[in-house]
Write a protein that binds this ligand. Structure first.
Ligand code: FPP
Length: 257
């Protein structure tokens, strides 16, 4: 499955035809991929079967993000808490990650996708760390999309790390501003997500980008992650475009007119 690079004009035409405003695309979309275990259970399979099928959903999201012109997609692939799952599941997830990175790296590069990761990466198996290091070099040409994998990640872990670093630098309390925190998070060079999608019907944030999602719009869908396709991503973008983003200000009397 490849996306031919299309002109800006053609992209705008396609997006408008799909009911999407090409000038109000979120720059950064963060996704909690949930429901793999339930999807597998419904088929009488082990949980890892669901994780393996979830890779096709990741491919769909990458395609959809490229088509829309989204610049960053962050995927919550493995939380700090996920280490507490049975060893076989954790090992299978790590193997799947390495296999996916190896299998997809060239194709992703040819599409202008750069891969990177956030989280406590030193806790990942060596093979995984090496593949992530290789992948982050990115494409030869222009980077169209950054795909950020949150691995061994939790927002509380990230914030504690940031605070420790700020303290090591010896800043006085008065010197610590919101921008200081921004700069010390793992996402320092990324824009905050404007849209957060969670699949599987759960309405929780589960220790994911707590700081960065302060003003994001949330889109919840009952679709289980392995069933999530391009059309579901487009639905989320359309939903986002119907929201009035106020950032604490008063309602805009012209919204929706
Ligand atoms: C949550 O479903 C999903 C995960 C813990 C892992 C997500 C990983 C993938 C989709 C694998 C591929 C990803 C990449 C980036 C290659 P769950 O197991 O908590 O499902 P449940 O809530 O139904 O039990």
């Amino acid at each position: 499955m490849t996306t031919p690079r299309i002109s800006l004009k053609e992209r705008e035409r396609l997006l408008r035809a799909a009911g999407i405003d090409p000038h109000r695309i979120p720059e950064h979309v963060a996704i909690i991929m949930d429901g793999n275990g339930r999807w597998a259970k419904r088929r009488g399979e082990a949980r890892v079967f669901g994780h393996a099928h979830g890779v096709e959903s990741v491919r769909n999201v990458v395609e959809a993000a490229l088509e829309c012109g989204v610049r960053v997609v962050t995927l919550y692939a493995f939380s700090t808490e996920n280490w507490n799952r049975p060893k076989e599941e954790v090992d299978a997830l790590m193997d799947l990650l390495v296999k996916t990175l190896v299998d997809e790296a060239v194709e992703l590069g040819s599409k202008g996708v750069r891969l990177r990761a956030i989280g406590d990466l030193t806790s990942l198996p060596q093979a995984c760390q090496e593949e992530l290091e290789r992948a982050k070099k990115g494409p030869e040409g222009e980077v169209l999309l950054d795909v950020v994998l949150a691995l061994s990640y939790s927002a509380k872990w990230e914030m504690v790390e940031a605070i420790r670093q700020i303290m090591r630098e010896g800043l006085s309390p008065e010197q610590v501003l919101p921008s200081t925190i921004d700069k010390h998070l793992q996402t320092a060079d990324l824009p905050d997500p404007e849209l957060m999608i969670r699949t599987s019907g759960e309405h929780r944030i589960s220790n994911f980008m707590l700081w960065q999602l302060a003003y994001a719009e949330f889109h919840f869908t009952s679709v289980l992650w392995p069933d999530f396709r391009k059309k579901h991503f487009m639905d989320a973008i359309r939903d986002f475009q119907h929201r009035e983003r106020r950032f604490g200000a008063l309602p805009n009397p012209n919204h929706g007119r």
